[in-house]
Design a protein. Sequence first.
Length: 415
Amino acid sequence: MNHLTIKTNIADDSKAYRALFLVGVSLLFALPAPFYIGLLVLILYLRYENRDWLYLFFISFVLLFSNMNLFKEIWAFGDFLGIGNDLGWYSTQWFSFNDHPYGYMSIFDDDYLIFINDGFLVKPKISEPIYHSYSYFFSRITDGNYIFYVYSLTFFIYLPACVVIFKILDANELDKVLIVLVMTFFLFFSMTFTNMFNMIRHYCSGSFLIITLFYLYFDRVKMACVFGVLACLTHNAAVVICAVYFITYVVSLRTDLSVRLKALAVIVGVSLLSIAYLVVYFYTFTNYEVLDDRGSGLAFKMLDILIFCLSFIAFLKTEPSKFDKLWLFYVGVIVLILFMHLTNFLQLRYFAYFDYFRWIGVVYLFNAIISFRKTKLLFSSIMVVFFLFFLWLRIYISDFDFDGLFHDYFIVRYN
């Protein structure tokens, strides 16, 4: 990012009343045809550079994703999928909690499993109370309304991340075309839509983790700790990501080191953490169920490797900036994922977290490409179309059935 600066006043448009107004208006405006409204307001943002249009863009497509998830098959046990399906288990819990007569604490008790899982022995852990508390209390409040369940979870998994990413990019005063490229990349390419509703708690904790990253980036450590704890209490696997955060943040404070030396320190620190985690886990636990999907298979992982390599080259060619602090977190998470893959250990779990970090690298890559003014608009247009097609393809080849393809939800479906 050439001539990158950070705006000091980032709170003006984040007041609660403004956010609620924007969400309310956006929902009403985008509900009938979220795809077309989303693209329209994206063009309006590029034309007028009013950030309110971009918020409407986020909400339009999250509405579309929510509508698709509403019609997604609940149970999916294909040959490729293995033995796991969070949506089946957790929606069963959602319906059961509505009239569960034994009280809140009983949901963490082995003796009551059959009453909340319809015979499937998936035990809510007392060390992960955030999601289960949401499910228990809101199921009772909404009378087990499935539409509320699907829409509230989809919005929580997507919307905080969209706002966080945009605020970081906007605070760095990046080119509006670059912001659009990064946001469309995150929504349509980075977030593995076909898996996110089959790893529900995992993605909910990921939403807390990216909020944690936001506060660390702006050195608001106390708030980062609060959301880091919430992430860990949603899914205990987030503890490892928080440890990566801690190592990276401590290294980032070293003003006597260059960015490259800081990156090397992060690589060493996270490598030692990963080895320690693997040793402890293998000596403590004996098995882990496998859930996978062709929508996140080998070809997609090879694309990730290509993107990282190109982003790394672009990073080396870019002038130092405040944004480089995020590059260190990006490197730290990649090191952790490499250890998980090389040891064939919990690959999908930590690879899914990468959905919330993948955008960091492409900021450098896209910034380098659009610096050539003659190709800026052409490249941007092609990439937005490519990201949309990529999402369509991922849904088309997925083992999970959404009762239609991406284009079947351009206008909201009611049945």
